[in-house]
Each structure stands twice: as C-alpha cells, then as structure tokens.
Design a protein around this ligand. Structure first.
Ligand SMILES: [Fe+2]
Length: 376
C-alpha cells in the first residue's frame, strides 16, 4: 500500500485502509473499496486529502506504522476536543488535559514496543487542517526522539503532551494568514509570532498541576540555541530540553511534508537543512536521533534514483536516509525492466525525487512486460 493525494488520479484504485471522519468514529471509506469519481469530491469536502491505496504493481506490500491506528484515532479525538475549545479562547479543562495525557501514554507505549531501528512515519497530510495534523505528527516524532535519547516513559508522556499542544496558539490566528500562499507581510508575521505566548496563556493553567513541563514547550518551541528565536530570545540551556526536541521535530516535519501534500524539498535538501541547523539553532542530538531513526523517505513511496531508475521504497537502511531498499521497475525513460531489488547502501546511488504516482501508462506497460516474460 502507499499514501496518495486525493484527486481524480485515484479513481479506480482500491482503498487499503478504512478512512474515518475526524473524530475517528464514522467510517467514510472502507478498506477494499474501489474508488469512484464521486468519492473524490466527497472525501475532499470532508477535509481528507490523503488516503492509503493498494499499489497496482506491489499489491502485497504492507506498510507497518509505528503507532496503532486506534491510538492515533483516540489521540485525534482528544486533541480535536481541546482545539475546539481553544478556538473560543477556552482553556482546556483538567479533564480534557488528563484525557489527552492518557492518549499520549498509549502513543508512548506503542512507540516503546516498536523495535524498528528506523521508524516509518508517512508524511502526507490526511486532513486539510495543517496545524491539527502537524501537531499529531510532531508529537509522534518528538516521542521517537525522546525514546532514542533514553527518556523514561513518564518523561515521554510529558514530552509528547507538550509536543501535541505546541502550536495550539495558532488556533486563534486567522486562517487567511496561516494558509496564505504568498509570503507574509511584517504585520501578519508579527501576528503569527504571537502564537507561542497565546498558546501558553491558554494551556498553562489547565496543565500547571498535572504537567507543568508540557506547557513550557508551547511557549519555547520557536526559541533557537543561538538566541535567534522567539518570543524571548533564549539561548542554549535556557531552553528546556523538551522544547529543544519539539523545535527539531517541528522543523523536520515542516520541511519534510509539503502543505500541499507533497514534499516541499527533495530528500537530499531535507537532510541538508537539518544538518545545517543542527548545532547553531537546533539541538544536535535531537536532530541526529531524527535523521537516524525516522525515515525521510518512508516505505511505499515511488522514487526516482539519481541514475534515473524508477521504483518503490520497500525497506529502510538505518543511518542511510537517502539510500533505502528500492525495488526498481523501469529505466530512466520509464521503459519497464525486470523487477530488481536494489540495496542502495554502499552504492553511489541515492533517491533523487519522490513521485506522487507512477508515470501515466507505466502500470500497464510493466504488466505487459511481465506477462510477456512469463510466457517466453
Ligand atoms: Fe509553532
């Protein structure tokens, strides 16, 4: 299976996972359903912009996720509840805070049980609400980092709770500004820059008694080690360790995933930006943990290699984020070649581009090629 953007191109494909509404209660599209044209608009109207489909050339490929779907669904429900109150400038109640922390504990348990060296965290947005989806993703990434920095389970729950709330202050920033495709004016940027403090004002009371360190993350996640961050221009150790981890996860998620559902940068560029920021601005050990233990290019992505070959990522190589295992199906002119499993580690090759789908007509050409081969 692989993640695809919901558009006309998915008509005829088969859904590989049941898609639920935002609260995780009502199924909108069941696993195994063949997608009809009317479903595309229906999914998009409900804010769903990415789904899992069965890949035509790799129908048996299963993608293991780090956190169980049920855990994610419960976490979403709790966060949605808190975000709704926050929209009316209503701080989360103690009960909401406790429910969220309980959901985060399940996420931490899932992550601690998962013994993959490199975690496969898909990077396509499911929902059109960027802040909401980004929050869930940053929580997951932060807990993964904390796990590899050998934090205790309780620390991870507090870290994850702070991480999932880090951008809650954005709930009160007008959508026109958050979704503006052009660059922001100075005034608009000033409004956006208020979100750490707005978020802190919202949550610190509700969380003060149960997890004070979680709310610090909300206030500090845009501080940078060299003092260039905001709102308080804190430096180095003045920034709490949870905040430093969330800052790294926040940047990583933002550059790895394009708001418009595709990677904003080539994988090599993601790696380069993270490496440049590590040290002067971002915590080097948090960045190192991310780059070593989270896939920049997850399993199930269609990729073009530096020599032009086209294939699907079928496995990951710890420590070699741009050199996973790839099953190649076509050459640089998109002509089918026999299926070849390549381990890019130790070769001069790496992934150059991540594609949204197979090039037009390729699936049919590969099938014809395979038929011909099996007959001859
Ligand atoms: Fe933020």
């Amino acid at each position: 299976m692989r993640r695809v953007q919901v558009d006309e191109e998915i008509v005829g494909k088969f859904s590989a996972k049941t898609v639920f509404n935002r609260t995780g209660r009502t199924p909108l599209l069941r696993r195994g359903t063949q997608i009809r044209p009317s479903m595309v608009g229906a999914l998009r109207r409900r804010g769903i912009h990415a789904i899992w489909v069965t890949d035509e050339l790799f129908p048996d490929l299963e993608v293991q996720t780090v956190v169980r779907d049920e855990t994610i669904a419960v976490t979403r429900r709790c966060l949605d509840d808190i975000f709704r109150s926050a929209k009316d400038s209503e701080p989360p109640s103690q009960a909401q805070a406790l429910r969220l922390a309980t959901a985060l504990r399940s996420m931490v348990e899932d992550i601690l049980q998962n013994d993959d060296v490199v975690a496969n965290v898909a990077h396509l947005r499911t929902w059109d609400n960027y802040t909401f989806e980004h929050s869930v993703q940053v929580a997951l990434l932060s807990v993964l980092v904390g796990k590899h920095l050998l934090m205790t389970e309780d620390q991870l729950v507090r870290l994850g709770t702070g991480a999932i709330l880090h951008d809650i202050g954005k709930v009160t920033v007008p959508q026109e500004i958050l979704q503006k495709p052009a660059s922001l004016t100075t005034e608009e940027f000033e409004i956006v820059r208020q979100h750490p403090r707005l978020g802190w004002d919202l949550v610190h009371e509700g969380f003060q008694n149960i997890m004070p360190t979680s709310s610090i993350v909300v206030l500090q996640h845009h501080e940078r080690l060299d003092g260039s961050g905001y709102p308080s221009h804190l430096k180095g150790d003045e920034i709490y360790v949870f905040s430093r981890i969330v800052a790294a996860a926040d940047v990583f998620d933002a550059i790895r995933a394009e708001r418009n559902y595709r990677m904003r940068y080539a994988p090599r560029k993601v790696l380069q930006i993270m490496q440049e920021e590590a040290g002067p601005k971002l915590d080097a050990s948090a960045v190192q943990a991310l780059l070593e233990h989270v896939a920049i290019i997850p399993v199930g992505e269609i990729v073009r290699l530096t020599n032009g070959l086209l294939g699907l990522v079928t496995g990951l190589n710890p420590g070699n984020p741009l050199q996973p295992l790839v099953t190649v199906v076509a050459d640089d002119r998109d002509e089918p070649i026999g299926r070849q499993e390549l381990d890019l580690r130790g070769t001069p090759l790496h992934v150059d581009q991540v594609l949204n789908d197979w090039p037009p007509g390729l699936v049919e050409r590969v099938r014809d090629f395979q038929d011909m081969r099996s007959r001859s």
